[in-house]
Design a protein around this ligand. Structure first.
Ligand code: ADP
Length: 400
């Protein structure tokens, strides 16, 4: 059984064809600059990489190109479209309209239209992606998998904001979280790795990348997460401020003559690691600059680690203990400095890192990095959101 996973951006489309028997990638690639001059098409399969500059005026053309390439006589991996059993579409925001992965139907797409301004850069692109796939494969079952989905098990006291309750009822203003597919995937992988039933585990999952979020997972169920109504909240990130006192934002806006939307651009694009360091949003650049003695780069990294530590501490309280802390995504999987500084001086909680295991942690595989006498497991787990979407697609579309 093969499932195609589609991640549509406003001018891009990432795809992976996954063989569900082996859960391995058969082919993958990227369509860049859709609707813009110099569109670029990338396709990788069986060790072959094809990169072509082809005009892609819209997502329909991009999807057609992907399918043609998958069926290509020379570099293709399937002989007919019928070999694609299902398509999973990544969707960023769900509001309260969708609480779990949902089969694409006319009714579901009407709801998708209704909630598209919840993530104005991302959700409209997902709609375009779904329609482009439907145009090429009208008979193939398709599933919408939401970044917010895993977090719908949060109790009301965790997802509500302390504002006028009417605004929750009227506008559904609340915490939704993000990266849910990744948090769910690594929590499940963690249980599998430990050989335990996820129902018996308390796990804190740290998805640390350009965007970062931390979740508390109790018995396989999310009970809290650091991102909020949008992915701006929580720990500071590459270019996002994370949690901030809104009165401080208003003060800056007044002094700098910014309106609300300019302020949000400032908080989303010019803050976080980039804003504090003045160097970069990329953790590799920050690490290098900090080593060379750049005070602001070092400060940015320390602020990031301290914010992560505070979330881990508060989620340990929310969970009434923790069995495993999982690090994943670009920074979580690769940055030993961030892991070490986030978890330092947490032995009160039984959390103790092994410096050597952390420093020599192999890339691209699951690795335990806690000290022998640590009560809590500390595990680095590569995330795989595409595989998680494919698994959900298989489950929801009842593909066998
Ligand atoms: P996103 O999916 O949110 O764009 P990723 O999960 O790909 O983000 O993470 C990107 C971040 O991971 C970048 O800030 C990058 O610096 C960081 N990163 C990638 N590789 C390394 C590494 N070897 N050491 C430190 N940071 C790394």
């Amino acid at each position: 059984m093969k499932i195609l996973v589609i991640n549509s951006g406003s001018s891009s489309l990432k795809y992976q064809l996954i063989d569900m028997e082996t859960e391995s990638v058969v082919a993958k690639g990227l369509c860049e600059r859709i609707g813009i001059a110099n569109s670029n098409f990338i396709y990788k399969a069986r060790g072959v990489v094809v990169e072509q500059q082809i005009d892609m005026p819209n997502h329909n053309v991009a999807v057609k190109l992907v399918l043609d390439k998958l069926m290509d006589k020379e570099v293709g991996v399937i002989s007919s479209m019928k070999e694609i059993d299902g398509v999973g579409h990544r969707v960023v925001a769900s509001g309260e309209a969708f609480k779990e992965p949902t089969l694409v139907t006319e009714q579901a797409m009407v709801l998708m239209e209704e909630i598209k301004d919840l993530a104005p850069l991302h959700n409209p692109a997902a709609i375009v992606g779904v329609n482009a796939c439907l145009a090429q494969m009208p008979e193939t079952p398709m599933v919408l998998v939401f970044d917010t989905g895993f977090h719908f098990t949060m109790p009301d006291h965790a997802y509500m904001y302390a504002v006028d309750y009417n605004h929750y009822e009227k506008y559904k203003i609340r915490r939704y979280g993000a990266h849910g597919t990744s948090h769910q995937f690594v929590a499940q992988e963690c249980a599998k790795h430990l050989g335990k039933d996820i129902k018996d585990l308390k796990i804190i999952t740290c998805h640390l990348g350009n965007g970062s979020s931390i979740s508390a997972v109790d018995g396989g169920v999310c009970i809290d997460t650091s991102m909020g109504f949008t992915p701006l909240a929580g720990v500071p990130m590459g270019t996002r401020s994370g949690d901030i006192d809104y009165a401080a934002a208003e003060y800056i806006a007044k002094k700098e003559g910014m309106d609300v939307s300019q302020m949000l651009t400032y908080l989303n694009k010019k803050s976080g690691m980039l804003g504090v360091s003045g160097v970069s949003s990329d953790f590799r650049d920050l690490g290098k600059a900090a080593q060379e003695g750049n005070y602001r780069a070092k400060l940015a990294l320390e602020m990031f680690c301290y914010a992560c530590k505070k979330y881990i501490g508060s989620y340990t309280a929310a969970l009434n203990g923790v069995d495993a802390i999982v690090f994943t995504a670009g920074v979580g999987e690769n940055d030993e400095y961030v892991r070490a500084n986030t978890l330092k001086n947490m032995d009160f909680f039984g959390i103790k890192l092994d410096q050597h295991k952390n420093d020599t942690c192999p890339r691209g595989t699951i690795a335990e990095i806690q000290a022998d006498d640590s009560k809590v497991k500390i595990i680095v787990i590569p995330t795989n959101e595409e595989l998680a979407i494919a698994r959900e697609t298989k489950r929801v579309a009842k593909l066998v």
